[in-house]
Design a protein around this ligand. Structure first.
Ligand code: AMP
Length: 395
């Protein structure tokens, strides 16, 4: 795998696809600078080598050129984070961009205007891509959040740099993390899948069954499995048309020697509300008028036991409605158990969905090995797909 580490950027202009699609408030101030900070190590390495950095990104979903989506809003904050004055050019292709790129000195950083001001970016248009490619000597992709898109700057541009293309540190880390789970993960490997629906996770489950020893299923998905097995789920969320699928998953898991762990008890509520009355029920004996909104105490000790004996852990999706405090305990407890396993030497990856939000909200981020930065991109990796942006560098 080629990363920026494999190149010396001295006197080279690196054309870097970053993900600076940051949230802005009404005053166009950045409310979360994580994505810029995440790209910093790659940029610093290039500058320290004696190279220069041409940064390209999208921001939001503009329809043509709209000033509210201009990357000029982020220039001063980016300069502050990188510790270098960032130059800005109000176009990403054309004479102005070419001049600015040509005049860039070693140690300097240039930020191009929003790529998506051109519809050609998302279309992966050849002529547009060629113009982008002419700005730099080496292409670096460090934008994991868009690596699942075959856009001009994320994928197509790589073909103009057959020998001079590589991953930035961030993208490389994402790929390494998923490989640590799926390819060279120390056994036992455990996946914890939660979230609301089976239907949105089915491709992930099918892919994962070939790679894990234990599969913990939690959250709203639980009830489709329980009902398929003949249990009483009261008013809990359920996809009736996915019951066959649930039984098929259980069968396939048995054939492949994967142990499935489903909740045995739940925290039930008499309404989908933080202020609802709550009661613990056996998972298959939930009365009508009640719905399971979090994992119960016995379930949590069972899950903890499995997590603590795992050497590799993947977590995708909360095990309860963690947005409501009353039903957040299960998700926190799973996160804490993963934290303890990690402290004891396991590798843990949290990625691709609301578990990332949960981990951040509950301050669990420092306790796990890696929290993925790309929602959709990580989901596609979990589904076993090769991301076009990744393939373009590896080809
Ligand atoms: P997903 O986007 O599929 O990962 O689903 C995440 C959502 O699942 C979160 O918003 C949770 O509130 C929701 N969820 C988790 N457990 C339950 C449950 N038992 N009933 C309803 N929704 C749930």
């Amino acid at each position: 795998m080629h990363t920026v580490q494999d190149f010396n950027f001295k006197n080279q202009k690196a054309l870097i696809r970053v993900d600076f699609n940051v949230p802005l408030n009404d005053n166009f101030e950045i409310t979360d600078t994580n994505r810029i900070e995440a790209a910093k190590p790659t940029i610093v390495k290039i500058l320290e080598d004696g190279g220069s950095a041409i940064l390209m990104s999208h921001l939001g979903r503009p329809k043509g050129k709209q000033d509210q989506f201009s990357l000029r809003h982020i220039v001063s904050k980016t300069s502050e984070i990188l510790g270098v004055r960032v130059k800005f050019v109000s176009d990403c292709i054309g004479a102005e961009a070419e001049d600015a790129a040509a005049n860039l000195e070693p140690g300097e950083v240039l930020l191009l205007e929003n790529l998506r001001f051109y519809a050609e970016e998302e279309k992966g248009d050849e002529a547009f891509t060629k113009k982008l490619s002419q700005l730099g000597d080496i292409y670096v992709n460090d934008a994991f959040g868009t690596a699942h898109r075959a856009h001009a700057s994320t994928t197509i541009v790589a073909q103009f740099f057959p020998q001079k293309k590589c991953f930035g540190f961030l993208l490389a880390k994402e790929i390494e993390s998923i490989n640590k789970v799926f390819k060279d993960g120390e056994k036992p490997v455990t996946a914890i899948l939660g979230g609301s629906k089976v239907s949105t996770k089915i491709t992930i489950i099918e892919n994962i069954l070939d790679k894990v020893d234990h599969l913990i299923i939690g959250g709203g998905m639980t009830y489709t499995f329980v009902k398929a097995n003949g249990g009483k789920i009261g008013d809990s969320i359920c996809e009736d048309d996915k019951q066959e699928l649930a039984l098929d998953i259980i069968k396939k898991a048995a054939e492949k020697g994967v142990q499935i762990h489903l909740p045995v008890d739940v925290l039930g509520a008499d309404a989908f509300s933080n202020d609802a009355h709550t009661q613990v029920f056996k998972v298959d004996e939930i009365p009508d008028g009640w719905q399971g909104l979090d994992a119960g105490p016995q379930t949590l000790s069972l899950f903890e036991e499995v997590i603590l004996k795992s050497r590799t852990i993947l977590w995708n999706g909360p095990v309860g409605v963690f947005e409501m405090e009353t039903f957040a305990k299960g998700t926190i407890s799973v996160g804490e158990a993963i934290g303890r396993a990690t402290k004891a030497g396991a590798f843990s990856l949290v990625g691709g969905g609301d578990s990332v939000a949960a981990v951040k909200q509950f301050g669990l981020e420092p306790k796990v090995s890696y929290v993925s930065t790309g929602g959709g991109a990580m989901l596609e990796m979990l589904e076993g797909k090769t991301l076009p942006g990744v393939a373009a560098i590896l080809e």
